[in-house]
Design a protein around this ligand. Structure first.
Ligand code: ZN
Length: 205
């Protein structure tokens, strides 16, 4: 696989409903490794696969954002949020919407189940900041951006910045630096076909 890159709004991958990972193999592990590197380089705390134009249900987080703290790295494969409690609003940003920030309401406590890189299923309870990161990344897998969840007045405020990001993306397409949407969608559909739909959980290889 060629080098991955973080894609920006309005790349169609960001609006893609991602598909379950069917097999955890060397290719997937190296992809995860690259996702962590890109996340740290961009000073982020979480990154979803569709932010690197891969339509698979998987994201990585490190709530500390510190590449030295490997213990804080968590990989979530085929995650499901099974419980949400409480609500709190706090500022969020997104590596796919650079320089845009806004307050987003999120559950304060969640329970997630997912598979790890060894193909083992796990359940995790998260609170506050960690729960916020996971809900933000989980949204990505559903094709949802944090700007979809801000209040109407905040969205009105952010809209010019979002529009500017979009026109920059379209300009790069016009210049031929980024392929046209139809081509990007064809690539996403081909990547979807590259993974088998899992029966019970992802197989490891
Ligand atoms: Zn994001």
């Amino acid at each position: 696989m060629s080098a991955l890159q973080i894609v920006h709004h309005c790349h169609p991958a960001l609006r893609w409903k991602s598909r379950d990972v069917g097999q955890i193999d060397a290719g997937l592990r190296s992809m995860v490794e690259q996702m962590f590197e890109l996340m740290y380089a961009a000073k982020g705390v979480g990154l979803a696969a569709n932010q690197v134009a891969l339509p698979w249900r998987l994201f990585v987080i490190n709530p500390s954002g510190d590449p030295q703290l490997k213990d804080e790295q968590i990989v979530f494969i085929n995650p499901r949020i099974t419980r949400r409690n409480g609500s709190e609003e706090s500022e969020e940003g997104c590596l796919s919407l650079p320089e845009i920030y806004g307050p987003v309401p999120r559950a304060t406590r969640i329970v997630v189940d997912a598979f790890d890189l060894e193909g083992e299923q796990f359940e995790m309870e998260l609170e506050d900041w960690n729960a916020r990161i996971v809900q933000h990344e989980y949204d990505h897998l559903e094709g949802v951006l944090f700007t979809d969840r801000v209040s109407p007045p905040v969205l009105r405020e952010l809209q010019p910045l979002i529009d500017e990001l979009e026109s920059r993306f379209r300009q790069r397409q016009t210049l031929g630096e980024i392929p046209p949407d139809a081509e990007l969608r064809t690539a996403l559909r081909a990547l979807e076909k590259a993974v088998e739909t899992p029966q019970a959980g992802p197989r490891t290889a």
